[in-house]
Write a protein that binds this ligand. Structure first.
Ligand SMILES: Cc1cc2nc3c(=O)[nH]c(=O)nc-3n(C[C@H](O)[C@H](O)[C@H](O)COP(=O)(O)OP(=O)(O)OC[C@H]3O[C@@H](n4cnc5c(N)ncnc54)[C@H](O)[C@@H]3O)c2cc1C
Length: 381
């Protein structure tokens, strides 16, 4: 599979599976099992895995384009996919000696969904500082943790879980573990009833004396933090920005359709024909959307050919994307007026979904902290 085939597969799934069900799944807060069942056979779950493991060995640019297509139809599914690809990359980067080949084989075969369980109730959005601590159990550990939000909770086949290393000294001395969905002591700890991304099952999970064998320890003791920063953060921020871009495009398309079809019958004109102010606002939305697309293109280039400015771009892109998505979808709400407010159109769902980007860690505020500290030459942590 090449870039074009992957994006075309994603677009077909978006049209055939995601678009028809997005509204109802959002209303019911229902996880789209059908979407995951379609992504697997299309070869998209193993998108970035090497070919020797059965993956498509495609890069960040394709990952972002696939996400944009999915998010334009249903951002909840796109977020499920984003978390899966981040978890898969972490599993694929496991230390020597970890037994991860069977899991990666299942992912490449399209039969295994994974996700990240980082955020904890105790440290909230500061995912790099888990407050839970693993306890030694021979070569393995026991995990006890209160994970506050886990996308695909109860639907994934595995979870990449962070916890402080048993002998970790500082707040970022974490270790990452691969925990199977059926592991004893792992459970969903509450419902998911979000304002947006309602169909992605981002429920809290608890781990109680959950036994993880040494073979499922993904990083060395205390090396979880480096994996979060080097493996997860670039992909997560790129992917989160791609989801924001998909949402912006959905808002522009929905608004344009409304301006063409809603009419002032007494004037004999569509809204778009009648009101320059609505056209000006649509133009602003389009400018923001294309600006975000350019940012994503730039970040994909930096990830393909890393250089000094790469980490700064990683931080900037998600911060800018979260703001752009909120701005574009807010304008869409105003332009579409009562029709959007009364939920007659998908612009309202897109507006709610767009607000998750800035809240998901690293949040827009935290990213600004990091960016400014980097510019000032201050340590980030
Ligand atoms: C839909 C959804 C899905 C999610 N899925 C996952 C998942 O799969 N896995 C996972 O691990 N987590 C997940 N999360 C959790 C997410 O990444 C964040 O950890 C969580 O949303 C932050 O919660 P909080 O607002 O309570 O954090 P808080 O830390 O309480 O933040 C509150 C406010 O303070 C600001 N703030 C915090 N620290 C600073 C700082 N240092 N400087 C400036 N401002 C600051 C924040 O920006 C925010 O505005 C998900 C969250 C959502 C909403």
């Amino acid at each position: 599979m090449n870039h074009d085939a992957a994006v075309s597969n994603a677009k077909q799934i978006a049209d055939r599976v995601l678009s028809p069900a997005a509204r109802q799944n959002d209303k019911e807060g229902r996880f789209s099992v059908e979407a995951v069942e379609a992504l697997g056979p299309a070869g998209l779950l193993g998108l970035m895995l090497p070919t020797e493991l059965g993956g498509a060995a495609l890069g960040p640019r394709t990952f972002a384009a696939v996400l944009e297509a999915l998010a334009e139809a249903d951002a909840s599914v796109a977020m499920v996919y984003l978390m899966h690809i981040c978890a898969t990359a972490t599993i694929a980067a496991a230390r020597a000696g970890a037994t991860v080949k069977p899991t990666l084989g299942e992912i490449a075969a399209g039969r295994h969904l994974s996700t990240l369980a980082f955020s904890e109730a105790g440290s909230r959005s500061h995912f790099w500082a888990p407050v839970s601590r693993a306890r030694r159990n021979g070569a393995g550990v026991y995990l006890n943790a209160r994970k506050s939000w886990v996308t695909s909770a109860g639907h994934a086949q595995s979870y990449v879980v962070s916890s402080l290393a048993p002998e970790g000294k500082g707040p970022t001395d974490s270790t990452l573990y691969l925990v199977a969905a059926g592991a004893r002591g792992l459970s969903i700890a509450g419902p998911w009833d979000g304002l947006g991304l309602r169909a992605n099952a981002s429920a809290p999970m608890s781990l109680e004396d959950c036994e993880v064998p040494g073979s499922q320890q993904l990083t060395d003791d205390g090396a979880g933090f480096q994996a979060m920063l080097q493996v997860v953060l670039p992909l997560f921020n790129l992917g989160s920005a791609a989801v924001s871009l998909g949402l912006c495009r959905a808002a522009v398309a929905g608004t344009a359709t409304h301006l063409k079809t809603a009419r002032f019958e007494h004037l004999g004109q569509s809204l778009g024909e009648s009101l320059p102010t609505l056209r000006a606002q649509l133009a602003t939305m389009q400018i923001e959307t294309d600006g975000l697309a350019a940012r994503l293109d730039d970040l994909a280039g930096h990830l393909e050919r890393p250089r000094d400015t790469t980490m700064l771009r990683v931080l900037e892109c998600k911060a800018a994307a979260g703001d752009a998505a909120i701005a574009v979808t807010s304008t869409a709400m105003r332009v579409c007026g009562g029709a959007a407010f009364s939920r007659h159109m998908s612009v309202e769902r897109v507006f709610r979904d767009a607000h998750a980007g800035a809240v998901m860690a690293p949040t827009g505020d935290v990213l600004r902290e990091f960016i400014a500290k980097a510019v000032l030459g201050m340590p980030l942590f």
